[in-house]
Design a protein around this ligand. Structure first.
Ligand code: GDP
Length: 318
């Protein structure tokens, strides 16, 4: 059943890493009754315990550009979900379990990933006003114009669902969309509007930070970063704040189809992504999960949904 949902993998193995890991390397065994514990469950092996292994070269691009060298991901940069034991795997079977265009290993919890139904539920201005039914949720956040609405529409396969959160009065709200009557996608206000008044910026900051810190059903923040342009300090600041406050975070690199190098600062999406990851390394004890996406080609769509499914199903069980 799970196999039917698997995306195609494009992996090229140039080196055979030797590794012997057991679940004891991972910090997943605690149950998760509270927010504080939730912030630790998706952390995994410490850097030092994996630092000696060779990298797994991994093709992370859909592009047929011949100058695209495979991107290498070392074992310590993989995201290995809770209760996922990779100790018995050779490099070929491990690479086959990595979601395409990401560093995420597929786990036994990756099921029920499809979106069958999506409904706008409500817009809240405070964390306390958010839905109280206890369903797990994922929050999408990013700089204005990063492609958040396009991604939301592509995830739910509806052309205009995200328009709801762009209506006057709702752009500064926490907007909840219920998926399959089982979980929520949450659209948070975009940040970095050049023209917004200072007080307004401060206000958004205050309430989104309160939401991140106090929303007990928040499984992971999905921080959207535009991969078609050079790294922006404001995105680094956001990632650093999430890291320092141990808020679980997945990086979604958007617009990975845009490959016009000159126009976009001379770098390819893969190079901008690598630079971003290098710059945020110090903010996190372990490498956060990341996925390359494009709302034009739908790259990364199924991978995001599988990643959300495995985080969610684990969260529900604990
Ligand atoms: P938001 O402000 O973050 O909600 O961003 P939008 O979803 O409204 O997108 C902003 C602009 O970027 C629009 O012109 C989109 O058509 C464009 N865009 C969004 N996603 C992609 C993508 O994956 N690839 C490309 N090439 N353009 C995109």
């Amino acid at each position: 059943m799970i196999l039917a949902q698997l995306p195609r993998f494009h992996l090229s193995i140039l080196a055979k890493p030797s590794f012997a890991l057991s679940s004891s390397h991972f910090n997943f065994l605690n149950p998760k009754p509270s927010v504080a514990v939730a912030r630790t469950i998706f952390s995994f092996a410490s850097k030092s315990s994996l630092a000696t292994v060779e990298p797994i070269p991994l093709s992370v691009s859909d592009s047929s550009d011949l100058d695209d060298a495979p991107v290498e991901i070392s074992l310590d940069k993989l995201f290995i979900p809770p209760e996922t034991d990779i100790s018995g795997e050779d490099s070929a079977s491990l690479t086959a379990r990595i979601l395409k265009g990401s560093n995420i290993v597929l786990s036994k919890y990756a099921r029920d990933a499809q979106v069958v139904q999506a409904d706008y539920v409500k817009s809240s201005v405070k964390t306390e006003d958010c839905p109280a039914d206890g369903l797990p949720e994922f929050a999408l956040v990013g700089r204005s114009n990063v492609g958040k609405s396009s991604l939301l529409n592509s995830l739910v396969r509806r052309k205009r669902l995200a328009l709801t959160s762009k209506k006057p009065g709702k752009t500064q709200c926490i907007n909840h969309f219920r998926i399959n009557d089982k979980w929520y996608l949450v659209d948070l206000p975009g940040y970095g509007y050049a023209s917004a008044p200072h007080e307004l910026k401060q206000d958004w900051n205050k309430f989104t930070k309160d939401y991140f810190l106090n929303r007990s059903t928040l499984v992971s923040v999905f921080l959207l970063v535009d991969a078609s342009i050079p790294v922006k300090p404001i995105d680094l600041e956001y990632a650093s704040w999430l890291g320092q406050n141990q808020v679980p975070m997945t990086l979604i690199f958007t617009k990975c189809d845009k490959r016009k190098k000159k126009k976009n600062g001379g770098k390819k999406p893969e190079e901008n992504i690598k630079e971003f990851q290098d710059l945020i390394q110090g903010f996190f004890e372990t490498t956060p999960p990341w996925i390359m996406t494009s709302s034009v080609t739908n790259q990364g769509r199924d991978e995001i949904l599988l990643h959300m499914a495995q985080l969610r199903n684990y969260w529900l069980k604990h």
